[in-house]
Design a protein around this ligand. Sequence first.
Ligand code: PHE
Ligand code: ZN
Length: 884
Amino acid sequence: MDIARTPSTPDGNPQLADAAPEPKEPPLIRREDYRPFPWLVPEIALDFDLGLEATKVTATLTVARNARADTSQVIRLNGDGLQPLSVAVDGELVNDWTMDGGDLMLPLPGEAHEVAIVTEIDPSANSQLMGLYASNGMLCTQCEAEGFRRITFFPDRPDVLSIYRVRMEGPKAQFPILLSNGNKIAEGEGEGGRHWAEWHDPWPKPSYLFALVAGDLVARSDSFTTMSGREVALNVWVRAEDLPRTGHAMESLKKSMKWDEEVFGREYDLDLFNIVAVGDFNMGAMENKGLNVFNTKYVLADPETATDGDFDAIEGVIAHEYFHNWSGNRVTCRDWFQLSLKEGFTVLRDQLFSQDMQGEAVKRIEDVRVLRSVQFPEDSGPLAHPIRPDSFREISNFYTATIYNKGAEVIRMMRTMAGPAAFRQGTDLYFERHDGEAATCEDFVRAMEDGAGLDLTKFRLWYSQAGTPKVSADLSHEGEVATLTLRQQVPPTPGQPAKHPMPVPLKLALFDRETGTHRGEQLVMLDGAEKTIAFEGFAQPPVLSINRSFSAPVSIERHVPREDLVFLAARDDDAFARSEAMQELVVGHLVAAAGEGLDENERSEGRAAIREALTAILVDPGLDDLMRGELMVLPGETYLAEQMLIADPGRIHAERESLKAWLAGELGRELRDIHARASSVPYSLDRAARGARKVKTLALSLLAAGDPERTADLAAGQYDAADNMTDRQGALMVLAGFPSAARTDRLIDFYRRYRENPLVIDKWFSLQAMSLHPDAIEHVKALRQHEDFTLRNPNRVRALYMAFAGNPHAFHAASGEGYRMIADMILELDPINSQTAARFVSPLGRWRRMEPGRAALMRGELERIAAATGLSRDTREQVTRSLG
Ligand code: PHE
Ligand code: ZN
C-alpha cells in the first residue's frame, strides 16, 4: 500500500514533471470557497480485520441528500493512497465509480442510499503516522486533520457528523486489547485464537475524531463521579513496563474533569474515558472522542525520569485534550479555517486550569515566554497568518503557534474585557447554542457578544489581521498632570500590506516614586491609532506599569528612563509586569550592544542597572523560588533577534554570554548561596521544593558563564547527588557545555542508566544538541549516526534536531553548516514523515531578518530544498512561502 504521499503530478505526466524546472504548486484552498457537503452521513459502520501488515476495512455508510446544500448526482469520497477492493450501493456491487486524484467519485441517483466499500491498508508501512499505523507492535490511528481518508473513502471534512459503530477482529495474543470511541457494546472469541470487540459512540462526530487502538496494553484504572452523580470509568493504557509511571497522568485527568465542571460548567458525557500512550506520534496528543491518544512524552512521569517541567506539561496536555470534549468535540469546527475555534479556546482553557493548579503568576510568565519566542517570530516572518487563515495548501502546516497560542490570547482578551463572570455567560451561551454543531469563529464571537454583553464589531479584526501590533507608550508630566500617549501600528504581513488599528485592552497602573505604591489598576482600551489619557493629582512624574498580566498580545515600546525599569523590577505588584521590567532592562541593553554597539560608559551603566535589579531579585525574601526563578531567566536569543530589524546571531550570542559572565562575576557569592541553600531542600513535589530545584539550576548556569572550572565541579556534584531528573538533567545540561572529563563521564553514566527508557534517551540527545559546547555541531553529526537515532520516531528527530535548531550558536554557525544540516535532514525525512519534516522549515525561513552573509546561506538551503523533486505537499508549501 502506498503510504507516502505520491509526488503531485496532477497532469499525470511524470516525464513532464521531471523536465519542468519549477515543480508544480499544490492547489490553494480558500475559506471563502466553503460550501456545505451535498450529502449527510448520519451513520457509519466500520469493520476492521486487523493485521500489522494488512488490515482490511469495510465501511458501510448511510447517506442521504443534504437539504441545505446544492444537489449532486455524484458523491465525492476522499481517499489518500487507497484503492477500493469493492464498492456496493444498496447491497449491489457497482463499478460505475471513477477516481479523481485519490478521491472516489460515486454516482448516486436517489435521495438516500447505503454505500459499502472495502479497502486494504498496510499499517506497518505507514511511516507518516497518519491514518492507521503500527507503533511498537500495536495498531493505532491518527485522523486529524485528514488522516481518515488513509483508512477508508469518506467525506473527510469536519462538518460531516456521523454516529460510528466499529467492529474489530484480530489475533488475541497479538492484540489483546481492542479499543475505539464510545462504549464497548459486545465482544467475543473467534476461531484460531482470534477475538473481536464492537464499539458504539452515541455522539455524532466528524471523521477526524475517530480512533482505534489494538495492542498488548495494560491500564491504570480509576473512576470519577460527575457533578450529576454519574460514574465514569477512567483508564490510562500503556505498555506493561510503563505502568508505574501513569499516576500523575491519572491525577491530572481527574483534576481536569473536576475543574471543567466548576469553572466552565462542563460535565463529561460518556461512561468511559480512555487514554492511550503511543511512542510514535507526530504531535503532543489527540482528543478523539472518549479515546484520547497521547504521545508517551505527555503521559509517563515519575521523579526519577521526568523533570518538574515534564510533570507540568503532562498536567496541561491531559487537561487540554480532556477539555476538547466540549470545545472541539461537542461543538466542532465547520472547516479547517476555523481551527482556532477549538484550539485557541482550548489552549486558553488549559492555561487557566494550569494557572489554578500551579499558580497564576509563574504560569502566565511562562505562557508569554512561549508566545514571544515562537509566535512573535512566526507573526513577523514569511509564514505569518491570521488566527483564522484565508487559505492554505496543506492543513497540517496550520497547526501553529498563531492558531493555538495567539488564538488563546485573543479569547483571553475577550475575557479581560468582559470579566470572568460575563465571560462564563458567553461560553455557556456558545456551548448551548452550538452543541452538536460544526461552528465557526464568527459563531463564537457572536455568542460572546450576546452572552457576555460585549460589542466586538472592531475586535473581529484580531481574527482577520496577522502581525503583532506595536504599541508605543509615552508618559509626560506637567504640573499635577501625567499624560499618557499610546500609539499603535500593525505591521504588514504576507498578503496584507495595509492594516487597520485594532482594539487593544491594556491594563496599567501608575506608581508613586516615593511610596512605591499605585492607586489601583485600570483597563484602558486603545481602540484607534492613537489615544491620549490625562491622569491628575501627580505632583511627581509617576512610573508607568503597562500591559499588566500581558493583557494584550502586542509588543510595547515604552520610552522611560532605565531607573523606572529598575524600580518596577524590584517591586511591581503585578508579577508579570515585574518580570517584564527585568526583561526590558536586559533586552534594551543587549539589543543596543548587539546592534549599533555601546561605548564603555553605556555598557557599564547598562550592566550596573541589570546587576541592581537582579540583586534585588536574588535576595528578596518576599519572593518564592518559583517566581524568583522566572525573574532570573534572561531573554532568549530568538526573542532578542526578533527585536532587531536585521540581526547578527553571532553578536547577540556573544553579548548575551558576556553579560552572563559579567553577572556571574559580580553576583558569584549570591548565586553560590542560592545553590547551596536550594541543594539542602529534600525532593518533593510541593511548591517550595520545586522552586528550590528551579533556582538551583538557574544559578548553576549563570555561574557556568563566569567560572567554568569551579562550576563544572559544582555541576558534577549536583549530578552525582541527584535523586530526581530535574536536578540531574539541569546539572548535565550545564556540564554538556564544557569540554571536560566530567562531561564525558556523566554523559556516559546518563546513557547507561536510562538506555531502556526512550523518553530519557531523548533528553540525552537534546542536552547535547542544545549545549554551549563549541563543538555542538560535531556532536550532532555524531549523534545522527548513533545506533539509537532513527528518523522514524518523531520524538527522537525533534530531540536531536529541534533542540539543535533552537541552539543559536550552533544553528547559526557563520559557516552555514547548521543550516545545511537542517536542510539535509528535511530532505531525508520528507519522504518518511512529511508532516514532521515541514516543521523544520521555519527556522530557515527567518533569513530576511538576518545579516547578509547568513541570509544568503539560509536562502540557499531553502532553494536547494525547493529544487528537489518529489517533495511532499507539506514541505513544498512551507519552503515556497519561506522564499516568497
Ligand atoms: N488536536 C490536537 C490537539 O491540539 C493536535 C493534533 C493535531 C494532534 C493533528 C494530531 C494531529 O489537541
Ligand atoms: Zn488541541
